[in-house]
Design a protein around this ligand. Structure first.
Ligand code: UD1
Length: 363
């Protein structure tokens, strides 16, 4: 019997950990899972809603870390996670993705000599100004086992000198959640509540510090989107970081709505899935949404200069445009004119069975 601590911290972690815990519960003769929530994200719509939607059991341990500077947040996670590991003595700790909680918990484990595995290893944007890139690089250097979503990730790790014995290509864990929840998401009334018709609207998400923390960049992006909003309504569930910055700019939700950009509160997993799966176009700076739109064949315009997920571009759904107004509108209008991506492909092992492959490797 293997005792496994599954670490979650921020919104993009929940859909990665849910299928792992689910599979461990199914394989109860082999695994005893515990869920540790660092509390990096704590709002109901950034955290609790995801436990319900993803049928993820309540955390066994909650560390209440909250917000703070990178150093303060990372240090607080480390200080609070260390006694948990010492007390629980797990056989494995699983960390996922690239948030501050991921690196902090991996570092605690390696210093204590407790085995840690990184799920979603090997992704690289090669942009070291992104906090996530630093988290990815360092976590992969120190973790004992690296579970990769795609073969480009294996190549990145090998190029950094990581021995192949530590690398396992298992596919994309997020797609386990997507495939499982697609049917349940059909019960969501989010499109009806918003009054949008199938394939007749766009969805926008924006939260990267590079895009939202700088007034000029955020103003330019929102200004550019008005041209798209004049063709289709843009539904914009607003991340708390972005909400603060938009208020700081003195922009009113009503004036943006008049230009076709409708600000709404962050959505839970099922409502958001229902929403973007019916969109004609998705505009985003998220990593995970680039992957989810690839699997569903939805055109995605990525408002970043780079991606750590190049396979989404290769598969034909994703276009990387940065924040240049001309590039954004050209790509968005092309997507609106073309409709759903035809002949898109799904990457190898993005098949909904990644959790079991990971558990097999842990045995
Ligand atoms: C974090 C991750 C990022 C991920 C994103 C998804 C890091 C370095 N960044 O960024 O990789 O894509 O989560 O959302 O780990 N806040 C709230 N309520 C919350 C959480 C945050 O109001 O529940 C506000 C706080 O003012 C906080 C700010 O949002 O200061 C930013 O939160 P933080 O966790 O530092 O980073 P994110 O931008 O959410």
């Amino acid at each position: 019997m293997r005792k496994v601590l599954n670490v979650v911290g921020a919104r993009p972690n929940f859909m990665k950990v849910a299928p792992l815990v689910d599979a461990m519960k199914r394989r109860e003769h082999e695994f005893t899972p515990l869920v540790v929530h660092t509390g990096q994200h704590y709002d109901v719509m950034m955290s609790d809603a995801f436990f319900t939607d993803l049928e993820l059991p309540e955390p066994d341990l909650y560390l209440s870390v909250g917000s703070g500077s990178h150093a303060a947040q990372t240090a607080a996670v480390m200080q609070r996670f260390e006694p948990v590991v010492l007390q629980q003595q797990p056989d494995w700790v699983l960390v996922v993705g690239d948030v501050n909680s991921t690196l902090a918990c991996a570092l605690v484990c390696v210093k204590l000599g407790v085995k840690v595995a990184h799920v979603e290893a090997g992704l690289r944007s090669r942009d070291r100004s992104m906090p996530e890139e630093i988290n990815r690089l360092l976590t992969d250097q120190i973790a004992d086992l690296l579970f990769t979503p795609s073969q480009d990730a294996d190549e990145n790790l090998r190029a950094e000198g990581i021995p192949k014995e530590r690398i396992r290509f298992v596919g994309n864990i997020m797609i386990d959640s997507l495939n499982k929840q697609l049917a349940r998401a059909k019960d969501s009334n989010v499109r009806e509540d918003l009054g949008v018709a199938d394939r007749d609207y766009a969805v926008l998400t924006l939260h990267r510090p590079k895009n939202v923390d700088d007034r000029e960049t955020l103003t330019r992006i929102l200004g550019t989107l008005e041209a798209i909003g004049s063709r289709v309504p843009i539904i914009f569930p607003v991340h708390p970081r972005t909400r603060k910055m938009i208020s700081g700019l003195g922009l009113e939700a009503t004036s943006l709505a008049a230009k076709g950009i409708r600000l709404i509160e962050p959505l839970g997993y099922l409502d958001f899935l229902r929403l973007y799966s019916g969109a004609r176009l998705v505009l985003t700076d998220s990593g995970g949404i680039q992957e989810e739109t690839t699997v569903l064949g939805i055109p995605c315009v990525t408002l970043r200069e780079n991606t750590e997920r190049p396979i989404t571009v290769e598969m034909g759904t994703n276009t990387i445009v940065g924040t240049d107004p001309q590039k954004i509108t050209t790509a968005a209008f092309a997507a609106l004119d073309q409709g759903p991506v035809s002949g898109h492909r799904i990457p190898p092992l993005w098949d909904g069975h990644t959790a079991d492959r990971i558990l097999d490797s842990l045995l």
